[in-house]
Design a protein around this ligand. Structure first.
Ligand SMILES: Nc1ncnc2c1ncn2[C@@H]1O[C@H](COP(=O)(O)OP(=O)(O)OP(=O)(O)O)[C@@H](O)[C@H]1O
Length: 589
């Protein structure tokens, strides 16, 4: 194919010179009508590089005059006659703004990216991300823009004071590393409010432009790179720079967030032939990284509550040899303009603690915390609903106990009540989302099933839970199973409880601990290292430990922490249910 293009390069240039574009549909060329004002999608066509022109490849991507439309030309060999360029083989794409090969990064900053800075400064969430084929100019663009952002942020021209914190992480495949902490591995987690947390990433507080730029440079030099055909120092990972702006005068205010994201390159078809299967698998993993989806979730989440501004730069390599990849990049840019939803600030809802400001939270605490009422001033001096939900449980309880006359039981019951309200509201939100998407709700979001209440909760006309629905809790899916003693029906997935005691000589119990575990399989099934050495009459099962989660009453299953438990040792079957809203397991009552 490349030889065909090189052999016909002169003819191609002549045909492109004669190309007369058809008039565009006014609506799509307006540059704004199809787009949401929250997101601006631009395309940057980089200059063709010396190494590309020296091989003889012409340009294939052109900005159409001063418009926001890009024409892409291809050359095809018809069955008979000379190679042609015609309407079906040339395409046009319309985005919000196009930057041609002569545009500078400074021009892109001034017209597109600069407004993201005051937006984040005043508490919004701003995101810039650049994507495109390997070698299309993403790193060139993002690293230039980062420097301009540092100048505006630290230049002293912004009103009021903000504390500036930065962290820069790298996502490769399903793993994430902290580029400002010796590439230490971190986790990307979603908390119960659906907000993504970069767990384990170190934030650096910076006070001047020099320090900010120095950190950006350290991260850039640490980014994992590998050589590809397209670009010898090609980045093989996504780099995410997050700048958090804290308003010290208003602790109730949400922090402003500014994300600057340099996505991993998508490899062009012409690279693929030269790359082995492992390398291609790695590329697929990088691009479909779950961690990335989580990190950029706020941009695509229609239920997101924060005010967002997003700028996308689709980077395009103009070389004719890469025209297929360039068309994909531009097609995706057009799609993004249409699909990214508008952000809607969450309205106050008395049943949704995540929507409460400090005054609304205090009113609720005063009314709902029992007798004596827990002091709202002591429990939530300045927190909003979401901030109190994030407070560690011991701290929550300690604050409750500062009110005279409040007992530990009252404090615990009130904490549980607050969490239950939050969990119920998240379940409703999930249900709403599921029904908006036309999906069949599953049992954990529709009607909780518990051994004691299964069937009783069903309203008239409800179908009996299917086997799949019954399997969303740890209860035995076989109807009537609970009339059989649990030791006679042990099965994978059953949750069992047991105690372990440590005794000293003389038989005194030094320590007793309660444990929970999910049965995986009979211990003998996993090979000699865990075989039952004590004979058949003592059945033993391999169990994954169930451990307390971050909040009270919540558990998580630690699949890799396994233990062998004798049936004799097991004390009870424990029924647990998974809650999608909080992503934890809870005991069923
Ligand atoms: N607008 C531009 N002007 C001049 N040179 C550019 C421009 N954009 C990119 N380049 C050059 O093109 C080459 C590839 O750019 P860059 O490394 O930014 O690509 P990339 O898309 O980040 O690639 P990868 O996905 O492999 O990381 C570099 O040599 C860079 O200097």
């Amino acid at each position: 194919m490349e030889q065909f293009l090189l052999d016909n390069a002169d003819r191609y240039r002549k045909l492109v010179g004669l190309f007369k574009p058809a008039a565009l549909n006014k609506k799509t060329d307006s540059g704004t009508e199809a787009a949401s004002s929250d997101i601006t999608v631009s395309a940057r066509i980089r200059p063709i590089l010396e190494e590309e022109t020296s091989q003889g490849f012409p340009d294939s991507v052109f900005r159409r005059g001063p418009s926001s439309t890009v024409d892409v030309h291809e050359l095809r060999q018809p069955v008979r006659g000379l190679p042609t360029l015609n309407a079906t083989q040339s395409s046009n794409f319309t985005v919000d703004q196009v930057f041609g090969p002569d545009s500078t990064t400074n021009q892109i900053y001034e017209s597109l990216v600069k407004p993201l800075v005051p937006w984040a400064w005043s508490g919004g969430v701003s995101t810039l991300f650049a994507y495109g084929q390997t070698g299309s100019g993403k790193t060139y663009t993002v690293s230039g823009l980062q420097r301009h952002v540092a100048g505006t942020l630290m230049g002293g021209a912004m009103e009021a004071e903000r504390k500036v914190h930065i962290c820069i992480i790298e996502l490769a495949g399903q793993t994430a590393h902290d580029l400002l902490n010796a590439r230490k591995q971190i986790s990307i987690l979603e908390d119960s409010l659906g907000t993504t947390q970069l767990a384990g990433a170190v934030e650096h507080h910076v006070t001047d432009k020099g320090a900010l730029v120095a950190l950006i440079d350290i991260a850039a030099s640490l980014r994992s790179t590998a050589s590809t055909l397209m670009n010898d120092t090609s980045s093989r990972s996504h780099a995410i720079c997050r700048i958090r702006l804290e308003d010290p005068s208003d602790p109730e205010a949400d922090d402003g967030l500014l994300y600057l994201v340099d996505l991993a390159g998508s490899e062009a078809a012409r690279d693929r032939s030269a790359h082995d299967a492992a390398r291609m698998k790695e590329a697929r993993e990088i691009n479909s990284s779950l961690a990335l989806t989580k990190t950029l979730k706020h941009v695509f989440d229609p239920a997101g509550a924060r005010a967002l501004r997003t700028v996308v730069v689709a980077c395009v390599n103009p070389c004719l040899a890469d025209v297929g990849a360039s068309k994909n990049t531009l097609r995706y840019a057009e799609m993004l303009r249409a699909v990214v939803p508008r952000a809607r600030p969450a309205a106050f809802d008395p049943a949704v603690p995540a929507t409460w400001n400090n005054a609304q939270l205090r009113t609720w605490i005063g009314r709902s915390s029992g007798t004596p009422p827990i002091s709202p001033t002591l429990l939530a001096p300045q927190e909003t609903g979401p901030q109190l939900l994030r407070l560690a449980v011991p701290e929550f309880l300690a604050r409750c106990l500062q009110t005279a006359g409040v007992t530990a039981e009252q404090a615990q019951a009130f904490q549980t009540k607050f969490w239950k309200l939050h969990i119920d509201s998240q379940k409703k939100k999930q249900q709403q989302l599921t029904s908006n998407l036309g999906l069949k709700p599953n049992s954990s979001t529709s009607k909780p099933t518990s051994a004691g209440t299964r069937g009783e909760e069903e309203t008239e006309g409800d179908a009996a839970p299917t086997r799949m629905e019954r399997l969303s809790s740890s209860a035995d899916p076989e109807p009537g199973a609970d009339s059989i003693p649990f030791k006679q029906r042990i099965r994978p997935g059953m949750v069992v409880g047991w105690s372990r005691t440590w005794t000293v000589a003389g038989g005194a119990v030094l320590r007793a601990e309660k444990h929970l575990g999910v049965v995986l399989c009979p211990a003998a099934a996993v090979g000699p290292r865990v075989c039952d050495v004590r004979g058949k009459e003592k059945e033993r099962y391999l169990c994954a430990m169930v451990l307390p989660g971050m909040m009270s009453g919540a558990y998580s299953v630690s699949l890799w922490r396994q233990t062998v438990v004798d049936v004799e040792q097991m004390e009870a079957e424990v029924l647990m249910e998974y809650d999608e809203a909080t992503r934890f397991y809870y005991m069923m009552v």
